[in-house]
Design a protein around this ligand. Structure first.
Ligand SMILES: [Cu+2]
Length: 185
């Protein structure tokens, strides 16, 4: 494994994003689906944050089963002062994050995965660290489908995926059954 010191431009909240990309750990995971209108949200998850971190990223898979495009924005979360939808792109060897203007478009029939290294929900100005095994409630707004509260189970610090033994070849667990019961409380 290479341990790359990612550089991010995240409006002054770089610490967690950088750490999250660089660190590797196994993650517990539970799976829950959230539906509103034509929008189907699966496998929401986030990660525990190191002490002093000011932000965290949350992830999920979103499918638009409708016939019109929809747009995702983040309204609020119970653990942070603010929340935003960010994109992440590699530019000249540097990872850059920025808010998605006007919301993240999800086209009819399209599935968009928010995941490390890509789109994510950015929880800015954390009120307290996120702890593994907890759940974080976030209010999301879809322009057409409406507003929905989604619960994000908190995986280990630096986890690359929910329920995965993290690393370069990350394996996403498809099975929502017994394999995923790895939480330790
Ligand atoms: Cu971000």
């Amino acid at each position: 494994m290479t341990n790359i010191a990612w550089k991010t431009a995240c409006y002054g909240v770089t610490a967690v994003c950088a750490l999250a990309l660089a660190q590797l750990a196994a993650a517990p995971a539970r799976a829950a689906n959230f539906d509103i209108g034509a929008i189907d949200i699966t496998q929401p998850w986030t990660r525990a944050t190191p002490k002093g971190a000011s932000s965290a990223a949350a992830y999920m898979t979103i499918t638009n089963n409708g016939s019109t495009p929809d747009r995702l924005s983040c309204v609020s979360s119970e653990v942070s002062g603010e929340c935003q939808i960010h994109s992440m792109t590699m530019e000249g060897g540097v990872m850059k994050m920025r808010p998605v203007e006007g919301g993240l478009e999800i086209k009819p029939g399209e599935t968009v995965m928010l995941k490390p290294g890509g789109f994510h929900v950015m929880l800015v100005n954390l009120k307290h660290p996120l702890e593994q095994g907890q759940e974080v409630k976030v209010m999301l707004k879809f322009e057409h489908a409406g507003t929905i509260a989604v619960e994000y189970p908190v995986a280990a610090i630096g986890a690359a995926a929910p329920g995965a033994a993290a690393g370069g070849g990350t394996m996403m667990m498809q099975d929502h059954g017994g394999m995923m019961q790895m939480d330790k409380h």
